[in-house]
Design a protein around this ligand. Structure first.
Ligand code: UGA
Length: 426
């Protein structure tokens, strides 16, 4: 063990493993606990069960400081700061399902030597209720994560800010958590627990709002002859607006935005407050996912019997995550319109399985395109831009129709090559 504070990580999912890897990189001994035997076995063998750029290398080079276990009893004697990184999936009501968090609280039990450091995204008020249940017998710190899939390791090591929420009565645990992040040289927001919880949900909800906003600007721009890329560039240079999250497309997906926006709306609803804005953000996003269908119909008429190639299954590039992915909604909708769907993704198609209905999972992008009446670009994987659009692709398509759902392809090149090109708000 080195002189840096050892830490515990509970839950070896995406957040837990990135947290463990990065703290080990910063020189800490990290004790990682998960309840799945196969996960612990594969991590102990040096195999990383998820795809995240840089993660497996980082875990590998720090393997001496990383200790994997199935037992909470192995964590407690070794680490006092216990990072809770278990899932909080949405429940049917739209509220976050806290059963896994609650199990962790029970298992950790009462110990004034330990603090639970909450990384999992939880409803505002969770910390207060856990503290009340534990009756002061365990420390509690809220330390939400702001990692993006596909760049999580880099986001952890170079954060815009670190948020640490704690109460004055917390025996210095909050300060100890803040100290862990000092080497990262980022602003640290010291605040109370409820505000820290709200910062997380409000940040995701605000980013989702930005996306739904630019998507509506795109939809109106299509009718009025403006180009949303130009509009976003011009808006983004205003420092008060900023250039990020102004990419129009087929809506946001993934395991965070849809869940967190619904959770915040639901939390507000539970207090009797109707969060009008978030209701619209969600509705706009749902409609946006389906807009490619109308564009196909505009050119192909009825979609019955038409062959449609979807490029991209993952909810965004550089991940194999298909949760709340637009591809799934589009594949289902196209098939209910009578179309035959083929899909290709560099890494995620295998994961989709039955979620794609009867869609054929193609071996390559060209295989998906072969004999298709139209191509819909759903996920902006760089390799899709590199396809030979003027040669191979054009020859294989039955008709040269491209719906570019992410404004990602070279519109001029495609138009010059004789394609009918439909972007989003272009
Ligand atoms: C998001 C947040 O960006 C992270 O800060 C947060 O920590 C994370 O959720 C979480 O709560 O765990 P993530 O879901 O990995 O991260 O993905 P993003 O890169 O934010 O993209 C979300 C969705 O928005 C994707 O479907 C993406 O295609 C879409 N998007 C993003 C747009 O349509 N337009 C944009 O301009 C940006």
């Amino acid at each position: 063990m080195n002189d840096r504070e050892p830490i515990g990580v509970i839950g070896a999912g995406w957040v837990g493993l990135v947290t463990a890897a990065c703290f080990s990189e910063l020189g800490h001994d990290v004790y990682v606990r998960d309840i799945l035997q196969e996960k612990i076995d594969s991590l102990s063998r040096g195999e990383v069960p998820i795809y995240e750029p840089g993660l497996s290398e980082m875990l590998g080079r720090n393997s001496e400081r990383l200790h994997y276990t199935l037992e909470m009893a192995d964590l407690l004697p070794n680490a006092e700061l216990l990072f809770c990184c278990v899932d909080t999936p949405p429940s049917y009501s739209g509220d976050a399902d806290l059963s896994r968090v609650n199990r962790v609280v029970e298992e950790v039990g009462g110990s004034t030597d330990h603090a639970l450091v909450m990384k999992s995204t939880v409803p505002v008020g969770t910390g207060r209720s856990i503290r009340r249940t534990a009756n002061g017998a365990i420390g509690y710190v809220s330390n939400p994560e702001f990692l993006k899939e596909g760049s999580a390791v880099n986001d952890f090591m170079n954060p815009d800010r670190v948020v640490v929420g704690f109460e004055d009565s917390d025996d210095g645990f909050g300060e100890r958590v803040a100290a862990l992040y000092e080497p990262l040289d980022a602003p640290i927001v010291h605040t109370d627990v409820a505000s820290a919880e709200m910062i997380k949900l409000a940040s995701n909800a605000f980013l989702a709002t930005k996306i739904s906003f630019i998507n509506e600007i795109a939809n109106v721009s299509e009718e009025l002859g403006a180009n949303v890329d130009e509009v976003a560039r011009g808006m983004g240079l205003d420092a008060r607006i900023g250039p990020q999250f102004l990419r129009a497309g087929l809506g946001y997906g993934g395991s965070c935005f849809p869940k967190d926006v619904s959770a915040l709306k639901q939390l507000a609803g539970n207090t009797g407050y109707h969060f009008q804005l978030l209701t619209s953000v969600i509705e706009v996003n749902e409609l946006q996912k389906r807009r490619a269908i109308g564009k196909l119909q505009k050119h192909l008429g009825s979609l019955v019997g038409k062959e449609i190639a979807l490029l991209g299954v993952a909810f965004k590039p550089n991940t194999d995550d298909i949760r709340e992915a637009t591809s799934l909604v589009l594949a289902g909708r196209l098939q209910s319109e009578g179309a035959h769907v083929r899909v290709y993704d560099p890494i995620a198609s295998g994961r989709a399985g039955s979620l794609l209905g009867g869609a054929r999972v193609a071996e390559s992008a060209l295989d998906a395109i072969d004999g298709a009446d139209a191509v819909v670009l759903v996920t902006e994987w760089p390799e899709f831009r590199e396809l030979d659009w003027e040669g191979d692709v054009k020859q294989k398509l039955r008709s040269p129709l491209v719906v570019d759902g992410r404004n990602f392809l070279d519109r001029e090149l495609l138009t010059r090559a004789g394609y009918t090109y439909e972007g989003v708000g272009r």
